[in-house]
Each structure stands twice: as structure tokens, then as C-alpha cells.
Design a protein around this ligand. Structure first.
Ligand code: ADP
Ligand code: MG
Length: 688
């Protein structure tokens, strides 16, 4: 359960809000009131000479109260401190996240104050997170000037594990209809205790920003009890002094801590000061000049927003002012998609902002579902800040944004495929399944066609392993060719020897080979490309045969009367299995083939649903047609057998039919055919 929470938590961390504030570094901090600037930035005051409260000495005032952690808390505390986190360093991330939450809560309360809201003190103080390390005393201190805690809040939030004050805060403000909750990280009420992984003692000094609140000190060694006492001269906010265990002294080292902050907390919206120096880079890089953003900045930003450790393989930094204001960065990850991403239930990877303020961290609908592997941010001033979930689903504005972004992204990918064919090829191997999903799920024929530009297939005219695009195929065609031919087969070998391919090979037509299971459904769905119809070779075979029934009699084939006799025999012998028997001229080396109305759909049906149907019903649904090559030795011999060996004729007929069904990919389990083959072998070997 706890592990699950933790998992959820890491997804919450990825939703960490990006900076929204610009700081006014004036020496005087007379007023806290944030101002909205013309460009949409929020200006918050920050005093350069802010006297660091970290050094301030608080004076003990009240009596110390000793309390015990609740029983469950004690148990959980043990788990958290011992085994919940694999990396000790994350305690810094957790305490910074809490500090950031405290600042966000204070910001929220100070801007949304109504007549009934509690009065707040010192609203002009700088809002920041300060860390200090002290090697000598083996301490690391994390201090924020945020909302602070009252005595009740202290006991509630820190005395009870798995009780998140932040979660209640979110629920509170949600009740009021606000949506700022997305900037708050905490939810599960365990992060704070991670400090006991490294500490033998924690001191928390806190004073609530509610006017008139006294300060308190909370102390615990994490074993079972904690103490609370009133303390004077505590600045508003919270200061946590972590007394490090001897084997954790590295966390009192400035450089070590700096790297940890950069790794986890780089884009926290408030400044993070470490021993007087700002560590986090809080630039919303999507607003920067496209040329000014370095590769490192992109990588760092990508890692942060995608919560992963790879880097982007393709980066599209895109800005537009018409038809919509868009500032966006879209990344294609270098890593392969995980199983989770493959699932259509997986979250989208793009966050939606308006004027640097997060609207939604995993914003469905700003890109189509099939682009869920793309990570990034989209900032549009045209989107109202109060955009609700419903609006996000139905708004015309969002639809427009999605169309513009999708088109731009597809154009970018086409560019990439030309500029970096090798990189594109690897991308294609890893991600083509999403493109295909896009073609099948998209409602717009133009979008389907745009995605189709990114498809790649092997071709009968090119070497093994060489993939070509539909556009390149079209360019190679003679002007009078109106179709793009393709053949679905599990491998190049099977495609090349397929009876369906044979006729096109004779006509010297290029055929695209599709090896993936769903390719044929994708092309069926696509229907056409660049004005040319996409034609499955298997369907083409059926189409042409139907009007060529009497044009097949050649000098080396059977005579018409013999053909009629054979067809009549086959029809009666394969009754219930074959619904039409015809001759075809398209085959050379194969005796016969099966055609059905729509081969791709039929195969899909066989793969997915046929198991539950009886053989009889299966044939009734598929209605296979048998097309025979009257020049083929087996067919000629079969005709002879009709008068010489009825039993063998029957066996050969059944086997020819089975073979053709296997070749067509329409047999549920080919193992069933083995008995018949063996019977046939027995018969063939009888006389030897
Ligand atoms: P979470 O952050 O998931 O809620 P934590 O265990 O990290 O859980 O923290 C528990 C609660 O303690 C928080 O929800 C918050 O109410 C309170 N808290 C922790 N750190 C601070 C802080 N620096 N300032 C104010 N409140 C805090
Ligand atoms: Mg927390």
C-alpha cells in the first residue's frame, strides 16, 4: 500500500509547478502585494538584504511537552526510515517539496484573502527556501518563509504519519472552486519522515503566518516520542534542522547538497538558496529565444518534466502567434516506450500552461492520444486560467490548439526523417506502433495522410532491410499506375514466395511488404495516399479474377470441358468450405489460392475471434473462394485422378484447400493439418 502511494507520489512530483514569478530585487520590501505585469508575469518582491533567519536564535519559552507517536505512526515511521526510499538523498527533495508547498499555500492565501480569511502577518517577507550546511556540527537546515504551522497543525501533521496537511489543504481550496491545487506537491504524508533515514534527531521550528500565532519547536529522534514547546522569536515559516547520523555526514557538504537540489528540485518555482547562493534554475525555457536554449538546458528540462533519466532524441521548440499564441517544447524520448506507455490508459506527457502558470500537468486533449509518448510543455496565453476539466475536453480553443500542434509536430517529424534518416529509422523501430495507432484512431483524413508520410515499409523493388515511404513509392511509379500495392506477410521470404505476389511480379509492379500484424488494418483504414488508392495484392487478385473466368484456357492447360468438370467436382467436394471455384491466370508456380472479400479484416477476425466459432460457422462467415491455376501440374493431375483414383483425388483436394488457407493466413491452428498430410504421405508411399 505504502509502495503504491510512493509510486503515485512520484507522478505527483513530476507535476511540480514551473516558475511563475519574477522577483523584484529592491532593497525595500514595503509591500507584498504581487503585481500582474503587462506581459503576464507576476512580480513578487524579494529583498536582497533579507536578514537570514537561519542564524537567528530562538528563545525557549513554554514548558516542553513530551508526546508519543500513535502506534501506527511508530510502525510506519520505522518502515519509512528503514526501507521505503532506496536513496537516502531524497530526503532533501522531500523537505524542499514541503517547503515549496508551504510557500505556495502562503501565496495562495495572500492573494485569495476574503473577509473571512485569517489575517496574515508580514506579507511583505521574501518567499524563498534556504538551506544551510554545517559540516562541523553535522547538520543540514532547510528553512522556508511559507505558511508555517500552528501547534495543532504541528501535532496533526508531524505527529501522525500518512496524514497530509497538504492534501487537506488541496481539498479545502478545491471546495472553494479554486484550481491552484496543482502547484502543491505533497499528498501522502510520508515525505517528512524520510529525514529519519539520515537523522538521529530532527528539530522543527515553526510559526504560522496567521496573525498572532506563537512559535513552536518540535523535536524527535524518530524512536517513539516527540516534544513540543513554545518558543519566542521564531520567524514566520518553518525551519528544519536535521542532525545527521555519523554515516550520513556527506549531506552536510555543500557540493553534495547542491547536486541533489539540481537533480530533483531544479524547477521549483521559489528560489532555493544554498549557503547564500541560489541553486535552482527557475527559467521557463519554453519562453526563451529558441536559439538561446542549450542542449544541456533541454536535457535538464526534459528530465524534470518527464520524470525520467534518459534524454530527448528529437526536440521541437515551437512558437507561434497566429492563429493562437503558442509557446511550446515537445520532446521525443530517447528511451524506448515502456509497456505502460503502450497502453492507451497511460497518461499524456504534455503539461498545459498559460502565462507560465500551470493549468494542468498531464493535459489530455492538447495532443491526440496516440502522441502520448511526446513529453513537453505547451503555454498559450489564449487559454483562460480558469479552464475547467470539462472545458479542457470540449473547448473549441483546445481543439484548435491540438490541431495546430499535431500538424506542426508531424511536419517536424517529416523534416527529421529527411535530415536525420538514421535517427529517424531508430525512432521508427521504437515508435511506429504509435503512428499506426494514429492512422487508425484519427478522425481526420488529412491528419491520417500526414501521419502516413511517416510510415516506412520494405518493398519488392528494394533490398532486404531497406525501408521506403509511400511518397517515395509514388515517385517511382509510372504515371498511369493509379494504385499503391501492398502485401501483408510475416516476413520478406513469405512475401516474395506468396502466390498473391506472383501476379504483380509478372506485371513488374512494385509491392510494399508489411510485416507487422496490424499493418494491413492500418493501410485498409488509410484507404489512399497522395490521391492513389492503397490496394492489398490479395484483394487485387480477387477483383481481377472475377471477370476473367473464361479467358484462362491456354495451350498447356486443361481444356474448357475438363475445367468445367473439375470445377464442378471441387465445388461439391469442398461444399461448406468453399463458396466459389474459379480459374485464374495470375498464378504461375502455385496451383491455387484462396480469396475472401476483405483479407485484412478476415485475418484480424481469425486472430481475435475465430477460436469460439465452429469450423462450419467460420467458413460461412469468411466465404472463401478458390482460384485454380489450370496450367499447374497438380491441378492437371487432379483432373486425371477424378476418373482413376477417387480417394486420392479427394485427399489432394482437401490438402490443396488447406494449403491455400494456410498461405492466406486464415487458419487458426495449422497443427490440425498434419494428420491429413501424413495420410497423403502414406498413400504416396504405398507402392514403394
Ligand atoms: P506530504 O507533503 O505528502 O503532505 P509530508 O510527510 O512531507 O507529507 O508532510 C506532512 C505534512 O506536514 C504536510 O502535509 C504539511 O501539512 C506539513 N508540513 C511539512 N513540512 C512543512 C513545512 N515546511 N511548512 C509547513 N507545513 C509543513
Ligand atoms: Mg511532503
Amino acid at each position: 500500500m505504502l509502495a503504491l502511494r510512493l509510486k503515485l507520489r512520484s507522478s505527483v512530483i513530476s507535476a511540480r509547478r514551473l516558475p511563475i514569478t519574477v522577483y523584484n530585487n529592491s532593497k525595500t520590501c514595503n509591500s507584498f502585494k504581487p503585481q500582474i505585469l503587462n506581459n503576464g508575469n507576476i512580480l513578487l518582491p524579494r529583498c536582497v538584504h533579507y536578514s537570514t533567519v537561519t542564524e537567528q536564535k530562538e528563545t525557549i519559552k513554554g514548558q516542553s511537552e513530551k508526546r508519543e507517536f500513535q502506534a501506527e505512526t511508530r510502525m510506519l515511521l520505522d518502515i519509512v526510515a528503514r526501507s521505503l526510499y532506496s536513496d537516502k538523498e531524497v530526503f532533501i527533495r522531500e523537505l524542499i517539496s514541503n517547503a515549496s508547498d508551504a510557500l505556495e499555500k502562503f501565496r495562495y492565501l495572500s492573494v485569495s484573502a476574503g473577509p473571512e480569511s485569517p489575517k496574515l502577518e508580514q506579507t511583505d517577507r521574501p518567499l524563498e527556501i534556504k538551506l544551510t550546511t554545517d559540516k562541523q556540527n553535522r547538520t543540514i537546515t532547510i528553512q522556508d518563509s511559507g505558511i508555517g504551522m500552528t501547534k495543532e497543525e504541528l501535532t496533526e501533521n508531524l505527529g501522525t504519519i500518512a496524514r497530509s496537511g497538504s492534501k487537506s489543504f488541496i481539498e479545502e481550496i478545491k471546495k472553494k472552486g479554486a484550481d491552484e491545487a496543482s502547484s502543491i506537491i505533497g499528498q501522502f504524508g510520508v515525505g517528512f519522515y524520510s529525514a529519519f533515514m539520515v537523522a538521529d534527531k530532527l528539530e522543527v521550528l515553526t510559526r504560522s503566518s496567521k496573525a498572532g500565532s506563537p512559535g513552536y519547536k518540535w523535536t524527535s529522534d524518530g524512536s517513539g516520542t516527540y516534544e513540543i514547546q513554545e518558543v519566542d522569536d521564531v520567524p514566520i515559516g518553518t525551519k528544519i534542522v536535521v542532525h545527521l547520523k555519523t554515516d550520513c555526514r556527506e549531506f552536510a557538504d555543500d557540493d553534495v547538497v547542491k547536486n541533489i537540489i539540481k537533480k530533483y528540485s531544479n524547477f521549483i518555482s521559489s528560489p532555493i538558496m544554498l549557503n547564500g547562493e541560489q541553486v535552482n534554475s527557475i527559467k521557463p525555457i519554453w519562453l526563451m529565444d529558441i536559439k538561446e536554449v542549450t542542449l544541456e538546458q533541454h536535457t535538464e528540462f526534459y528530465k524534470f518534466i518527464s520524470n525520467s533519466y534518459d534524454k530527448p532524441r528529437f526536440t521541437l521548440h515551437y512558437k507561434a502567434d497566429a492563429p493562437l499564441s503558442i509557446r511550446s517544447i515537445l520532446y521525443v524520448p530517447e528511451g524506448k516506450p515502456g509497456l505502460f506507455e503502450m497502453s492507451r490508459d497511460s497518461d499524456v506527457g504534455v503539461a498545459l500552461y498559460s502565462r507560465k502558470i500551470l493549468i494542468k500537468s498531464k493535459a489530455e486533449n492538447i495532443l491526440p492520444k496516440w502522441l502520448r509518448f511526446v513529453k513537453g510543455v505547451v503555454d498559450s496565453e489564449d487559454i483562460p486560467l480558469n479552464l475547467s476539466r470539462e472545458l479542457l475536453q470540449n473547448s473549441a480553443l483546445i481543439t484548435k490548439l491540438r490541431t495546430v500542434l499535431t500538424n506542426r509536430f508531424l511536419k517536424f517529424m517529416v523534416e527529421m526523417s529527411q535530415k536525420d534518416p538514421v535517427g529517424y529509422d531508430t525512432f521508427y523501430k521504437d515508435y511506429s506502433i504509435f503512428l499506426k495507432e494514429g492512422i487508425v484512431t484519427s478522425q481526420s483524413p488529412t491528419e491520417k495522410e500526414e501521419i502516413a508520410k511517416l510510415l516506412r515499409f520494405e518493398s519488392s523493388k528494394l533490398g532486404s532491410g531497406v525501408r521506403t515511404s509511400l511518397s517515395e513509392y509514388s515517385k517511382r511509379q509510372k504515371d498511369d499506375q493509379k494504385c499503391i500495392y501492398y502485401l501483408a506477410a510475416p516476413s520478406r521470404e513469405l512475401a516474395q514466395t506468396s502466390p498473391y505476389f506472383e501476379s504483380l511480379k509478372k506485371r513488374d509492379l512494385e509491392v510494399l511488404f508489411c510485416y507487422e500484424m496490424y499493418d494491413e488494418l492500418v493501410l485498409l483504414e488509410l484507404k489512399e495516399f497522395g490521391g492513389k488508392t492503397l490496394v492489398s495484392v490479395e484483394n487485387d487478385m480477387q477483383k481481377d479474377s472475377s471477370d476473367s473466368n473464361d479467358a484462362v484456357i491456354g495451350s498447356d492447360g486443361l481444356q474448357q470441358a475438363q475445367v468445367d468438370e473439375l470445377i464442378a467436382y471441387l465445388k461439391s467436394n469442398l461444399v461448406g468450405k468453399v463458396f466459389e471455384v474459379r480459374t485464374t491466370q495470375k498464378l504461375d508456380t502455385h496451383p491455387c489460392v484462396i480469396t475472401v472479400q476483405e483479407m485484412a479484416a478476415a485475418r484480424h477476425f481469425i486472430r481475435t475471434q475465430a477460436q469460439n466459432l465452429s469450423e462450419e460457422n467460420r467458413f460461412a462467415l469468411l466465404r472463401p473462394h478458390l482460384e485454380i491455376n489450370t496450367k499447374h501440374p497438380i491441378i492437371k493431375k487432379l483432373h486425371k485422378l477424378l476418373s482413376t483414383d477417387k480417394e486420392l483425388a479427394n485427399m489432394v483436394t482437401q490438402q490443396l484447400f488447406s494449403n491455400a488457407m494456410v498461405t492466406a493466413g486464415l487458419v487458426v491452428d495449422p497443427r490440425n493439418l498434419i494428420t491429413h498430410i501424413n495420410d497423403l504421405l502414406v498413400k504416396a508411399l504405398e507402392k514403394h
